[in-house]
Design a protein around this ligand. Structure first.
Ligand SMILES: C[S@@+](CC[C@H](N)C(=O)[O-])C[C@H]1O[C@@H](n2cnc3c(N)ncnc32)[C@H](O)[C@@H]1O
Length: 249
């Protein structure tokens, strides 16, 4: 039967021409996504909270934490400096330091501080940062921001690209930090502006967007007042809403 293409080979060629294998692949992907959404629908809030921590507990200190782009912390630190976040007598806490780009910018600019503590959920991040930054006044703690107990009253809280990942919102984290801030203490963190919330397709990366009114309400519930809404541009194409808050004196 040589020379005569079989019926099956012909069918395969027609299917390929119509793009059917790709379509099957996409349908299979969508089926898996629907199954995972169904599971999410029936899980408790505690289970979802636990899931939202999975990725970060295992995070590695690489640029994967910043969209696979090696970013500097300069833009964020410029805004923090403008608001008086640094000073010889100030104890600074950074939530979710990742691979340390904010602290690197602080050191490059020789900004003063009495202490700088990075709090991160990932053991690997903390171990990497402890080896990279060995200054006496710098330390790192592996802890969840919702529960961490700090040794000193906090004067400044900084957090970049992290509060948007806190499930179900950043309120418990901020309340925990605000309770350890001295009067006049400052907090600067960034968010995505809007009103969506979802787990990404990986099933473990939670993202919540916030409206400005909602942010002001959350600050108020934590005993903080709004200083300003600004923009922080981490990269020419990546701008975020920067929230600046303060504990009243
Ligand atoms: C998207 S990365 C941002 C890293 C860094 N802030 C930056 O802008 O380059 C989020 C960081 O927050 C940490 N993180 C996430 N949830 C946390 C939590 N509940 N408590 C403490 N750290 C957390 C992660 O381990 C990770 O280092």
């Amino acid at each position: 039967m040589s020379g005569m293409p079989s019926l099956e080979a012909g069918r395969r060629r027609v299917a390929a021409l119509l793009g059917l294998p790709q379509l099957h692949g996409r349908i299979h992907q969508l089926e898996r996504r629907v199954e995972s959404l169904e599971t999410q629908l029936h899980e408790s809030r505690e289970e979802a909270w636990e899931r939202s921590r999975t990725r970060w507990r295992a995070a590695e200190p690489t640029r994967n934490l910043t969209w696979d782009v090696e970013l500097t912390g300069g833009a964020f630190i410029d805004r923090a400096e403008h608001h008086g976040a640094f000073g010889e007598d100030r104890h600074i806490v950074e939530v979710g330091p990742g691979y340390g780009r904010l602290l690197e910018a602080v050191i490059e600019r020789r900004l003063p501080f009495a202490g700088y503590t990075g709090v991160d959920l990932s053991e690997q991040n903390v171990s990497h940062l402890s080896q990279k930054f060995t200054g006496e006044a710098v330390s790192f703690v592996r802890a969840d921001v919702e529960e961490v107990r700090l040794e000193q009253p906090v004067d400044t809280v900084l957090s970049s690209l992290t509060f948007k990942h806190l499930f179900p919102s950043f309120e418990r984290a901020l309340a925990n930090l605000a309770g350890q801030m001295g009067p006049g203490g400052l907090v600067l963190f960034d968010l995505i502006e809007g009103s969506r919330r979802y787990f990404e397709e990986d099933g473990v990366t939670y993202i919540r967007w916030y409206e400005r009114g909602e942010v002001e309400e959350l600050l108020g519930r934590c005993g903080l007042e709004l200083v300003a809404f600004e923009e922080v541009r981490h990269h020419p194409t990546l701008a975020r809403l920067l929230v600046v808050g303060r504990r009243p004196t």
